[in-house]
Design a protein around this ligand. Sequence first.
Ligand SMILES: [Zn+2]
Length: 72
Amino acid sequence: MAKPAPCLATTRLGEPCRFSARKATGFCVNHDPSYREEQRQNARHGGRRSIELRTPISIPLGDVDLSERAGV
Ligand SMILES: [Zn+2]
């Protein structure tokens, strides 16, 4: 199998994006504008998939109350 072509976009640092590009657009999921729309729509339906695709997100731990267990 051939290696997937790299993304045509550059990162915020001006370096070439290292993600694999989607054949349709030449951009990876991070830089493909149409894919972003897809993600939004998926998110609307509350699909778990959209969450997995967005993996590199920072979870605000402030929203998780870890003291709850102690309070029970
Ligand atoms: Zn990219």
